[in-house]
Write a protein that binds this ligand. Structure first.
Ligand code: PSV
Ligand code: MN
Ligand code: MN
Length: 408
Protein backbone atom coordinates (compact mmCIF):
# COMPACT_ATOMS: atom_id res chain seq x y z
CA UNK A 1 0.00 0.00 0.00
CA UNK A 2 1.44 3.38 -0.96
CA UNK A 3 1.43 6.34 1.40
CA UNK A 4 -1.33 7.90 -0.74
CA UNK A 5 -3.43 4.71 -0.54
CA UNK A 6 -3.13 4.78 3.22
CA UNK A 7 -3.90 8.49 3.38
CA UNK A 8 -6.96 8.00 1.19
CA UNK A 9 -8.19 5.01 3.22
CA UNK A 10 -8.03 7.11 6.41
CA UNK A 11 -9.64 10.07 4.64
CA UNK A 12 -12.47 7.88 3.36
CA UNK A 13 -13.12 6.50 6.83
CA UNK A 14 -13.09 9.97 8.37
CA UNK A 15 -15.57 11.23 5.82
CA UNK A 16 -17.80 8.19 6.24
CA UNK A 17 -17.91 8.94 9.94
CA UNK A 18 -18.98 12.49 9.07
CA UNK A 19 -21.75 11.12 6.87
CA UNK A 20 -20.07 11.97 3.56
CA UNK A 21 -20.11 9.57 0.62
CA UNK A 22 -16.85 10.04 -1.26
CA UNK A 23 -18.07 8.28 -4.37
CA UNK A 24 -20.73 10.98 -4.72
CA UNK A 25 -18.13 13.67 -4.02
CA UNK A 26 -15.83 12.30 -6.72
CA UNK A 27 -18.69 12.09 -9.20
CA UNK A 28 -19.39 15.78 -8.64
CA UNK A 29 -15.71 16.66 -8.85
CA UNK A 30 -15.53 14.93 -12.22
CA UNK A 31 -18.26 17.11 -13.66
CA UNK A 32 -16.94 20.58 -12.82
CA UNK A 33 -15.34 22.47 -15.70
CA UNK A 34 -13.43 25.71 -15.33
CA UNK A 35 -13.00 27.84 -18.43
CA UNK A 36 -9.79 29.78 -18.84
CA UNK A 37 -9.58 33.09 -20.71
CA UNK A 38 -7.51 33.56 -23.85
CA UNK A 39 -6.46 36.97 -22.52
CA UNK A 40 -4.90 35.31 -19.50
CA UNK A 41 -2.12 33.91 -21.67
CA UNK A 42 -1.12 37.16 -23.35
CA UNK A 43 0.99 40.03 -22.12
CA UNK A 44 -0.65 42.05 -19.41
CA UNK A 45 0.01 44.83 -16.99
CA UNK A 46 -1.55 47.67 -15.11
CA UNK A 47 -3.13 50.95 -16.14
CA UNK A 48 0.43 52.24 -16.24
CA UNK A 49 2.30 49.70 -18.29
CA UNK A 50 1.95 46.44 -20.18
CA UNK A 51 4.92 44.24 -19.31
CA UNK A 52 6.41 42.28 -22.16
CA UNK A 53 7.31 38.72 -21.25
CA UNK A 54 9.31 36.19 -23.25
CA UNK A 55 7.37 33.21 -24.59
CA UNK A 56 3.92 34.79 -24.72
CA UNK A 57 1.56 33.59 -27.50
CA UNK A 58 1.84 35.66 -30.66
CA UNK A 59 -1.67 34.94 -31.90
CA UNK A 60 -4.94 33.29 -30.83
CA UNK A 61 -3.75 29.91 -32.08
CA UNK A 62 -0.81 29.95 -29.68
CA UNK A 63 -3.07 31.13 -26.85
CA UNK A 64 -5.09 27.96 -27.36
CA UNK A 65 -1.89 25.89 -27.28
CA UNK A 66 -1.05 27.33 -23.85
CA UNK A 67 -4.61 26.92 -22.59
CA UNK A 68 -4.52 23.27 -23.72
CA UNK A 69 -1.60 22.75 -21.34
CA UNK A 70 -3.76 23.83 -18.42
CA UNK A 71 -6.38 21.30 -19.47
CA UNK A 72 -3.77 18.61 -20.03
CA UNK A 73 -2.47 18.81 -16.47
CA UNK A 74 -5.74 19.44 -14.62
CA UNK A 75 -8.31 17.64 -16.78
CA UNK A 76 -10.97 20.22 -15.92
CA UNK A 77 -10.37 23.11 -18.34
CA UNK A 78 -11.67 21.94 -21.72
CA UNK A 79 -12.85 25.36 -22.90
CA UNK A 80 -11.25 28.72 -23.54
CA UNK A 81 -13.06 32.06 -23.60
CA UNK A 82 -12.28 34.36 -26.50
CA UNK A 83 -12.33 38.14 -26.66
CA UNK A 84 -13.18 39.86 -29.94
CA UNK A 85 -11.28 41.62 -31.51
CA UNK A 86 -8.31 40.56 -29.36
CA UNK A 87 -8.81 37.08 -30.81
CA UNK A 88 -9.95 38.19 -34.25
CA UNK A 89 -8.87 35.76 -36.96
CA UNK A 90 -9.69 35.54 -40.65
CA UNK A 91 -10.97 32.03 -40.35
CA UNK A 92 -12.87 31.13 -37.16
CA UNK A 93 -13.51 27.63 -38.40
CA UNK A 94 -9.74 27.15 -38.55
CA UNK A 95 -9.45 28.35 -34.93
CA UNK A 96 -12.19 25.95 -33.92
CA UNK A 97 -10.43 23.05 -35.64
CA UNK A 98 -7.15 24.06 -34.01
CA UNK A 99 -8.85 23.99 -30.59
CA UNK A 100 -10.36 20.57 -31.39
CA UNK A 101 -6.95 19.21 -32.36
CA UNK A 102 -5.61 20.32 -28.98
CA UNK A 103 -8.45 18.66 -27.07
CA UNK A 104 -10.12 21.93 -26.08
CA UNK A 105 -13.00 23.98 -27.42
CA UNK A 106 -13.98 27.61 -27.76
CA UNK A 107 -16.02 28.78 -24.81
CA UNK A 108 -17.66 32.09 -24.03
CA UNK A 109 -17.41 34.84 -26.61
CA UNK A 110 -16.56 38.20 -25.02
CA UNK A 111 -17.29 41.27 -27.14
CA UNK A 112 -14.77 44.05 -26.61
CA UNK A 113 -16.39 47.48 -26.50
CA UNK A 114 -13.72 49.45 -24.72
CA UNK A 115 -10.66 49.67 -26.87
CA UNK A 116 -11.58 52.07 -29.61
CA UNK A 117 -11.30 55.84 -29.47
CA UNK A 118 -14.95 56.17 -30.40
CA UNK A 119 -15.93 54.55 -27.11
CA UNK A 120 -14.36 57.24 -24.95
CA UNK A 121 -17.84 58.39 -23.85
CA UNK A 122 -19.39 54.96 -23.95
CA UNK A 123 -20.25 52.20 -26.43
CA UNK A 124 -23.87 51.00 -26.42
CA UNK A 125 -24.76 53.92 -24.15
CA UNK A 126 -23.00 56.61 -26.19
CA UNK A 127 -25.22 59.61 -26.97
CA UNK A 128 -23.95 59.44 -30.53
CA UNK A 129 -26.30 57.15 -32.47
CA UNK A 130 -23.61 56.11 -34.95
CA UNK A 131 -21.35 54.94 -32.14
CA UNK A 132 -24.19 53.00 -30.56
CA UNK A 133 -24.86 51.41 -33.94
CA UNK A 134 -21.22 50.40 -34.30
CA UNK A 135 -21.21 48.91 -30.78
CA UNK A 136 -24.44 47.02 -31.36
CA UNK A 137 -23.13 45.72 -34.70
CA UNK A 138 -20.12 44.38 -32.84
CA UNK A 139 -22.45 42.50 -30.48
CA UNK A 140 -24.22 41.04 -33.52
CA UNK A 141 -20.87 40.14 -35.09
CA UNK A 142 -20.06 38.20 -31.90
CA UNK A 143 -23.30 36.25 -32.24
CA UNK A 144 -22.22 35.26 -35.76
CA UNK A 145 -18.78 34.25 -34.52
CA UNK A 146 -20.36 32.16 -31.75
CA UNK A 147 -22.50 30.39 -34.34
CA UNK A 148 -19.40 29.61 -36.42
CA UNK A 149 -17.33 28.28 -33.53
CA UNK A 150 -20.20 26.44 -31.85
CA UNK A 151 -20.25 28.53 -28.70
CA UNK A 152 -23.45 29.32 -26.87
CA UNK A 153 -22.34 31.67 -24.11
CA UNK A 154 -21.60 35.40 -24.22
CA UNK A 155 -19.97 37.29 -21.40
CA UNK A 156 -20.81 40.96 -21.63
CA UNK A 157 -18.85 43.54 -19.73
CA UNK A 158 -19.22 47.23 -20.49
CA UNK A 159 -16.74 49.90 -19.54
CA UNK A 160 -19.56 52.41 -20.06
CA UNK A 161 -20.05 55.07 -17.45
CA UNK A 162 -19.33 58.70 -16.66
CA UNK A 163 -16.84 60.60 -14.54
CA UNK A 164 -18.85 63.67 -13.53
CA UNK A 165 -22.32 64.60 -12.38
CA UNK A 166 -24.26 65.94 -15.32
CA UNK A 167 -21.85 64.49 -17.88
CA UNK A 168 -24.58 62.40 -19.50
CA UNK A 169 -28.21 61.41 -19.16
CA UNK A 170 -28.17 58.34 -16.94
CA UNK A 171 -31.73 57.28 -17.75
CA UNK A 172 -31.26 57.63 -21.50
CA UNK A 173 -28.13 55.53 -21.25
CA UNK A 174 -30.12 52.90 -19.35
CA UNK A 175 -32.61 52.76 -22.24
CA UNK A 176 -29.84 52.55 -24.86
CA UNK A 177 -28.19 49.67 -23.00
CA UNK A 178 -31.50 47.82 -23.02
CA UNK A 179 -32.05 48.61 -26.69
CA UNK A 180 -28.65 47.26 -27.77
CA UNK A 181 -28.89 44.13 -25.69
CA UNK A 182 -32.43 43.47 -26.92
CA UNK A 183 -31.15 43.53 -30.48
CA UNK A 184 -28.42 41.07 -29.57
CA UNK A 185 -30.88 38.92 -27.64
CA UNK A 186 -33.13 38.66 -30.70
CA UNK A 187 -30.18 37.48 -32.79
CA UNK A 188 -29.28 34.64 -30.43
CA UNK A 189 -30.28 31.03 -31.11
CA UNK A 190 -32.49 29.38 -28.46
CA UNK A 191 -29.47 27.51 -27.09
CA UNK A 192 -27.47 30.68 -26.47
CA UNK A 193 -27.14 32.49 -23.16
CA UNK A 194 -26.18 36.09 -22.56
CA UNK A 195 -24.34 36.57 -19.26
CA UNK A 196 -24.40 40.16 -18.09
CA UNK A 197 -21.53 41.35 -15.96
CA UNK A 198 -21.56 44.29 -13.56
CA UNK A 199 -18.79 46.27 -11.95
CA UNK A 200 -19.18 49.07 -9.48
CA UNK A 201 -16.47 51.36 -10.83
CA UNK A 202 -13.51 51.67 -13.19
CA UNK A 203 -12.84 52.87 -15.78
CA UNK A 204 -15.72 55.24 -15.00
CA UNK A 205 -15.56 56.82 -11.57
CA UNK A 206 -18.83 58.70 -11.12
CA UNK A 207 -21.41 56.27 -12.43
CA UNK A 208 -21.15 52.95 -14.21
CA UNK A 209 -24.08 51.97 -16.42
CA UNK A 210 -24.19 48.44 -14.99
CA UNK A 211 -22.83 49.05 -11.54
CA UNK A 212 -24.17 46.17 -9.50
CA UNK A 213 -25.98 42.84 -9.56
CA UNK A 214 -29.36 44.51 -9.19
CA UNK A 215 -28.95 46.45 -12.43
CA UNK A 216 -27.67 43.39 -14.27
CA UNK A 217 -30.53 41.33 -12.80
CA UNK A 218 -33.18 43.85 -13.79
CA UNK A 219 -31.83 44.02 -17.33
CA UNK A 220 -31.62 40.23 -17.61
CA UNK A 221 -35.21 39.95 -16.39
CA UNK A 222 -36.41 42.41 -19.01
CA UNK A 223 -34.53 40.63 -21.77
CA UNK A 224 -35.81 37.15 -21.04
CA UNK A 225 -34.83 33.68 -19.86
CA UNK A 226 -31.71 33.49 -22.03
CA UNK A 227 -30.19 36.46 -20.23
CA UNK A 228 -28.59 35.88 -16.84
CA UNK A 229 -26.19 37.59 -14.47
CA UNK A 230 -22.45 36.99 -14.45
CA UNK A 231 -20.80 37.42 -11.07
CA UNK A 232 -17.20 38.55 -11.39
CA UNK A 233 -15.82 38.04 -7.91
CA UNK A 234 -13.49 41.02 -8.29
CA UNK A 235 -16.21 43.56 -9.03
CA UNK A 236 -17.60 44.33 -5.60
CA UNK A 237 -17.01 46.88 -2.91
CA UNK A 238 -15.06 45.83 0.15
CA UNK A 239 -17.08 43.76 2.54
CA UNK A 240 -19.78 42.79 0.02
CA UNK A 241 -21.27 39.42 0.84
CA UNK A 242 -20.78 37.85 -2.60
CA UNK A 243 -22.15 34.47 -1.57
CA UNK A 244 -25.40 36.16 -0.56
CA UNK A 245 -25.69 37.60 -4.08
CA UNK A 246 -24.99 34.12 -5.44
CA UNK A 247 -27.73 32.55 -3.32
CA UNK A 248 -30.20 35.28 -4.25
CA UNK A 249 -29.54 34.98 -7.98
CA UNK A 250 -29.72 31.20 -7.84
CA UNK A 251 -33.06 31.39 -6.11
CA UNK A 252 -34.29 33.71 -8.87
CA UNK A 253 -32.83 31.30 -11.48
CA UNK A 254 -30.77 34.15 -12.88
CA UNK A 255 -27.21 33.20 -12.00
CA UNK A 256 -25.48 32.41 -15.28
CA UNK A 257 -21.81 32.22 -14.49
CA UNK A 258 -18.72 33.41 -12.71
CA UNK A 259 -15.58 35.25 -13.52
CA UNK A 260 -13.25 34.07 -10.80
CA UNK A 261 -10.37 36.16 -9.50
CA UNK A 262 -9.37 37.75 -6.23
CA UNK A 263 -8.83 41.30 -5.18
CA UNK A 264 -7.52 42.92 -2.07
CA UNK A 265 -8.65 46.47 -2.78
CA UNK A 266 -10.22 47.43 -6.06
CA UNK A 267 -10.69 45.41 -9.22
CA UNK A 268 -9.59 41.93 -10.04
CA UNK A 269 -6.76 39.87 -11.46
CA UNK A 270 -5.20 38.37 -8.37
CA UNK A 271 -5.19 34.58 -8.45
CA UNK A 272 -8.59 33.30 -7.33
CA UNK A 273 -8.47 31.91 -3.83
CA UNK A 274 -5.18 33.62 -3.05
CA UNK A 275 -6.66 36.31 -0.82
CA UNK A 276 -9.86 34.93 0.66
CA UNK A 277 -10.27 31.23 -0.12
CA UNK A 278 -13.09 31.00 2.44
CA UNK A 279 -15.23 33.28 0.25
CA UNK A 280 -14.75 30.94 -2.68
CA UNK A 281 -15.66 27.98 -0.48
CA UNK A 282 -18.79 29.77 0.75
CA UNK A 283 -19.81 30.52 -2.85
CA UNK A 284 -19.62 26.80 -3.64
CA UNK A 285 -21.49 26.01 -0.44
CA UNK A 286 -24.38 28.16 -1.69
CA UNK A 287 -24.26 26.60 -5.13
CA UNK A 288 -24.31 23.05 -3.76
CA UNK A 289 -27.16 23.95 -1.47
CA UNK A 290 -29.16 25.24 -4.47
CA UNK A 291 -28.14 22.20 -6.52
CA UNK A 292 -30.12 20.06 -4.05
CA UNK A 293 -33.18 22.32 -3.96
CA UNK A 294 -36.64 20.79 -4.33
CA UNK A 295 -37.33 23.29 -7.15
CA UNK A 296 -36.13 21.79 -10.45
CA UNK A 297 -35.57 25.23 -11.98
CA UNK A 298 -33.16 26.21 -9.22
CA UNK A 299 -31.35 22.87 -9.52
CA UNK A 300 -31.04 23.37 -13.27
CA UNK A 301 -29.69 26.91 -12.82
CA UNK A 302 -27.03 25.61 -10.43
CA UNK A 303 -26.03 22.88 -12.87
CA UNK A 304 -25.76 25.26 -15.80
CA UNK A 305 -23.39 27.73 -14.15
CA UNK A 306 -20.48 28.68 -16.39
CA UNK A 307 -17.35 28.73 -14.23
CA UNK A 308 -14.76 30.96 -15.83
CA UNK A 309 -11.51 32.50 -14.72
CA UNK A 310 -11.02 36.16 -15.54
CA UNK A 311 -7.43 36.98 -14.77
CA UNK A 312 -4.55 38.34 -16.81
CA UNK A 313 -1.39 37.95 -14.85
CA UNK A 314 1.18 40.69 -14.99
CA UNK A 315 3.95 39.62 -12.63
CA UNK A 316 3.44 35.85 -12.63
CA UNK A 317 4.43 33.29 -15.29
CA UNK A 318 1.16 32.88 -17.14
CA UNK A 319 0.56 29.14 -17.49
CA UNK A 320 1.57 28.27 -13.89
CA UNK A 321 -0.56 31.20 -12.64
CA UNK A 322 -3.55 29.78 -14.49
CA UNK A 323 -2.82 26.30 -13.14
CA UNK A 324 -2.68 27.72 -9.60
CA UNK A 325 -6.04 29.45 -10.15
CA UNK A 326 -7.76 26.34 -11.47
CA UNK A 327 -6.36 24.19 -8.67
CA UNK A 328 -7.56 26.70 -6.08
CA UNK A 329 -11.07 26.55 -7.53
CA UNK A 330 -11.02 22.75 -7.55
CA UNK A 331 -9.77 22.62 -3.95
CA UNK A 332 -12.50 24.90 -2.61
CA UNK A 333 -15.15 23.05 -4.59
CA UNK A 334 -13.91 19.77 -3.11
CA UNK A 335 -14.09 21.22 0.40
CA UNK A 336 -17.62 22.50 -0.14
CA UNK A 337 -18.65 19.00 -1.23
CA UNK A 338 -17.64 17.81 2.23
CA UNK A 339 -20.27 19.95 3.95
CA UNK A 340 -22.83 17.73 5.63
CA UNK A 341 -25.97 19.57 4.54
CA UNK A 342 -28.26 17.53 6.82
CA UNK A 343 -26.17 18.56 9.77
CA UNK A 344 -26.40 22.22 8.71
CA UNK A 345 -30.16 22.02 8.27
CA UNK A 346 -30.74 20.26 11.56
CA UNK A 347 -28.70 22.90 13.37
CA UNK A 348 -30.61 25.63 11.53
CA UNK A 349 -33.91 24.11 12.61
CA UNK A 350 -32.76 24.06 16.24
CA UNK A 351 -31.53 27.64 15.73
CA UNK A 352 -28.21 26.44 17.02
CA UNK A 353 -26.00 29.15 15.60
CA UNK A 354 -22.66 27.69 16.60
CA UNK A 355 -23.49 24.17 15.46
CA UNK A 356 -24.65 25.46 12.06
CA UNK A 357 -21.54 27.58 11.61
CA UNK A 358 -19.40 24.66 12.71
CA UNK A 359 -21.03 22.31 10.21
CA UNK A 360 -20.02 24.65 7.39
CA UNK A 361 -16.58 25.73 8.62
CA UNK A 362 -15.43 22.26 9.62
CA UNK A 363 -15.61 21.15 5.97
CA UNK A 364 -13.42 24.07 4.97
CA UNK A 365 -10.80 23.04 7.49
CA UNK A 366 -10.34 19.57 6.01
CA UNK A 367 -7.19 18.90 3.99
CA UNK A 368 -8.54 17.48 0.71
CA UNK A 369 -5.16 16.45 -0.74
CA UNK A 370 -5.76 12.66 -0.45
CA UNK A 371 -9.14 13.12 -2.17
CA UNK A 372 -7.76 15.19 -5.04
CA UNK A 373 -4.81 12.86 -5.61
CA UNK A 374 -7.15 9.88 -5.76
CA UNK A 375 -9.47 11.77 -8.11
CA UNK A 376 -6.60 12.67 -10.42
CA UNK A 377 -5.45 9.04 -10.50
CA UNK A 378 -8.94 8.10 -11.68
CA UNK A 379 -9.00 10.95 -14.22
CA UNK A 380 -5.58 10.06 -15.61
CA UNK A 381 -3.97 13.41 -14.83
CA UNK A 382 -0.86 13.97 -12.70
CA UNK A 383 -1.31 13.88 -8.92
CA UNK A 384 0.52 17.20 -8.74
CA UNK A 385 -0.44 19.12 -11.90
CA UNK A 386 1.76 22.12 -11.16
CA UNK A 387 4.87 20.02 -10.58
CA UNK A 388 4.18 17.91 -13.67
CA UNK A 389 3.77 21.02 -15.82
CA UNK A 390 6.95 22.64 -14.49
CA UNK A 391 8.89 19.45 -15.22
CA UNK A 392 7.39 19.01 -18.68
CA UNK A 393 9.70 21.43 -20.46
CA UNK A 394 6.76 23.23 -22.14
CA UNK A 395 7.55 26.48 -20.34
CA UNK A 396 11.09 26.40 -21.74
CA UNK A 397 10.00 25.37 -25.23
CA UNK A 398 7.78 28.42 -25.71
CA UNK A 399 10.64 30.81 -24.95
CA UNK A 400 11.54 30.44 -28.63
CA UNK A 401 8.53 32.67 -29.37
CA UNK A 402 10.62 35.53 -28.04
CA UNK A 403 9.24 38.83 -26.75
CA UNK A 404 6.46 40.88 -28.24
CA UNK A 405 3.51 38.51 -28.03
CA UNK A 406 -0.14 39.43 -27.95
CA UNK A 407 -1.34 41.74 -25.22
CA UNK A 408 -4.36 40.70 -23.18
C1 PSV B 1 -12.47 44.51 -16.62
O1 PSV B 1 -12.85 44.70 -15.28
C2 PSV B 1 -12.57 43.06 -16.92
O2 PSV B 1 -11.73 42.42 -15.96
C3 PSV B 1 -14.00 42.53 -16.85
O3 PSV B 1 -14.14 41.75 -15.68
C4 PSV B 1 -14.18 41.69 -18.08
O4 PSV B 1 -14.89 40.51 -17.87
C5 PSV B 1 -12.74 41.44 -18.47
O5 PSV B 1 -12.11 42.67 -18.18
C6 PSV B 1 -12.57 41.07 -19.90
O6 PSV B 1 -13.15 42.04 -20.73
MN1 MN C 1 -14.89 39.77 -15.70
MN1 MN D 1 -12.76 42.72 -14.10
Amino acid sequence: MTLQDRAYAIFEEQQKNRGIDLEHVKKKLKTIEVETPSWGYGDSGTRFKVFKAVGVPRDPFEKFEDAAQVHKYTGICPSVAIHIPWDKVDDYDKLKKHADSLGVRIGAVNPNLFQEDEYIFGSVTNSNAATRRKATDHLLECVQIAKTVGSDVFSLWFADGTNYPGQADIRKRKAWMHEALSEMYQAMTPAMRMLIEYKFFEPAFYHTDLADWGMAFNLANKLGPQAQVLVDTGHHAQGTNVEHIVAYLLDEQKLGGFHFNSRKYADDDLIVGSVNPYELFLIFYQILDAAADSNAGIRHTAEQIAYMIDQSHAIEPKIPAMLRSVLNVQTQYAKALLVNFDEVREAQERQDVLAAENAVRSAYEIDVTPLLVSLREEQGVPADPMKAYLQSGYGESILARGKGGASW
